[in-house]
Design a protein around this ligand. Structure first.
Ligand code: ADP
Length: 482
């Protein structure tokens, strides 16, 4: 821009300096010659012109530096934006929490050299095995700008909160993290994110995350739980093995399905009376193959066919979908609750969602029901449900195994014995286990049985001998098992 044109109001970039503020926008040659004439004649104006010159030069300089900075930002810096919707957002926050200055670390600098003055607290609660808890305060960089060093490069991280936009489902404000670094260090971004992901996975390693539906997305429900041991669920002979083998066989056959163009899906139905271990077994199975669980309640308020379809399409990787008590969702649908609410998932909506658009993504659905006879055959036909397994009341032999597990030396190590009498010898436990089996066989011949959950309850609260004595009293007659 020619310096004689002076700063115009269109400049935008540069703030007019004092010198230039006195100048008029000089546009046409006529006024220019008029001005220059006056200025040449008048010493004050000459001084003014000098000032103007400085002002113009300053403005130009300032603009050049702004342009230079923008240029440098464009050419030399790279930025990475992580919106709060993205999956790596919580991972990165967690990573920041792990590297930010923590209370008691003294110097106010984390391992990575975080420099922050605006911190936010994220409290997590750690439950110990014995039941006691401990609150852990993690200081994460709060909204604002922070710097940290990673892999020998400096990074700027801007955590911005949008005051106007709210995530309607969680009620938390929308946030964006913007990471900036020098262009030449751009290769560190993937490394950084991979590290953040690894860290996040480490904290759930050996644990099962239970997700529940939050509006149209899956959110972890509570903290990841310790995996349930397969051995802690005692099923009738062969049942657990059948399902586990089928599942493991399925998991190894992604390619087989893809080659044949078959949707890579498997459905399991566990049916049987309440307290037979359906849910516990699914938890243990998830733990055994290192999967998480997406729990979906079909009778849930506000769940519509569309949302259901959407949710089933968005299941986090390595997760089972668990539809509990599938029968009740539809018998309840007919009734309305006191406030006139009706569940709005329709049966055909469920079938559609289960069949979905053919996608190559793997999907494993578990359904449980206490009343298999109430289920519409369409729901459990092959393709929707591939494996049916009945988990019934305690079979006599199953009761014996649970008994030995509880009281025997090689049983659970972590069962709290409370006020139980000292443990008898293992041989005695075997003998008493046989006795329990015998009692249940007699009861079964009379059409009476007991659920595994009630047996567990009895074993928790009583000693071995007392349990043998009281087990008969727990048996009830079951006219229709399902
Ligand atoms: P369901 O889903 O069939 O109603 P759950 O899995 O919720 O049953 O079991 C309820 C309780 O009973 C749990 O505490 C579980 O540990 C115990 N339980 C039920 N069945 C078994 C089993 N087969 N082996 C061990 N524990 C069982």
């Amino acid at each position: 821009r020619p310096p004689d044109a002076g700063p115009s109001s269109l400049d935008g970039g540069g703030i007019p300096s004092e010198g230039s503020s006195s100048t008029l926008p000089v546009q046409d040659t006529q006024s220019e010659s008029f001005l220059s004439k006056i200025m040449a004649d008048n010493p004050y104006f000459s001084a003014g012109a000098g000032l103007m010159g400085i002002g113009v030069a300053l403005t130009a300089l300032r603009r050049a530096s702004t342009l230079g900075t923008t240029f440098a930002q464009r050419r030399l810096l790279v930025t990475l934006e992580i919106p709060s919707k993205d999956r790596s957002y919580p991972w990165f926050l967690e990573w920041m929490a792990a590297h930010a200055p923590q209370p008691g670390s003294g110097k106010g600098k984390g391992r990575m050299g975080f420099t922050s003055h605006e911190l936010a607290v994220e409290t997590s609660y750690k439950q110990h095995e014995g039941g006691s808890g401990e609150a852990i305060f993690n200081l994460v960089p709060g909204p604002g700008t922070h710097y940290f060093k990673y892999g020998g490069a400096w990074f700027q991280v801007k955590r911005e909160r949008d005051a106007k936009l709210m995530d309607l489902h969680s009620g938390s404000p929308w946030e964006t993290l913007t990471l900036t670094t020098l262009s030449r260090d751009r290769g560190l971004f993937p490394q950084l994110l991979a590290e953040a992901r690894e860290l996040a996975e480490q904290s759930t390693e050996g644990k099962t995350v239970v997700y529940t539906a939050w509006g149209v997305e899956w959110r972890p429900f509570g903290k990841p739980r310790r995996r349930r041991e397969m051995g802690s669920v005692v099923l009738a002979k062969g049942a657990a093995e059948r399902v586990e083998e089928d599942l493991k066989g399925f998991l190894g056959r992604a390619k087989w399905y893809a080659e044949r163009g078959i949707p890579y899906r498997r459905g399991y139905l566990l049916h049987g009376p309440p307290g037979s271990g359906k849910t516990s077994f699914i938890q243990a199975l998830a733990g055994a193959v290192g999967y998480n669980i997406c729990l979906l309640n079909l009778a849930e308020r506000g769940l519509t066919d569309d949302k259901l379809n959407h949710l089933l399409g968005l299941v986090p990787e390595r997760s089972f979908v668990l539809l509990e008590d599938v029968d009740s969702a539809f018998s309840r649908r007919v009734q309305t609750t006191e406030d006139g609410y009706k569940s709005s998932v329709t049966f055909s909506g469920l079938l559609n969602a289960l069949d979905g658009v053919a996608s190559s993504e793997e999907r494993i659905i578990f359904m449980t029901t206490n009343h298999v006879s109430r289920l519409d055959p369409a729901l459990i036909r092959p393709g929707r449900v591939d494996v049916h397994e009945l988990l019934g009341d305690a079979a006599p032999e199953q009761a014996r195994r649970l008994f030995v597990k509880f009281y025997g030396r090689s049983g659970f190590n972590d069962v709290q014995s409370g006020e139980k009498e000292p443990e008898p010898e293992t041989d005695d436990i075997q003998r008493m286990g046989d006795e329990v089996e015998q009692i249940l066989e007699e009861e079964a011949s009379q059409g009476r049985s007991v659920s595994m959950a009630s047996l567990q309850g009895l074993f928790i609260r009583s000693g071995a001998e007392e349990a043998v004595e009281s087990v008969r009293g727990l048996c009830t007659s079951r006219t229709s098992p399902e």
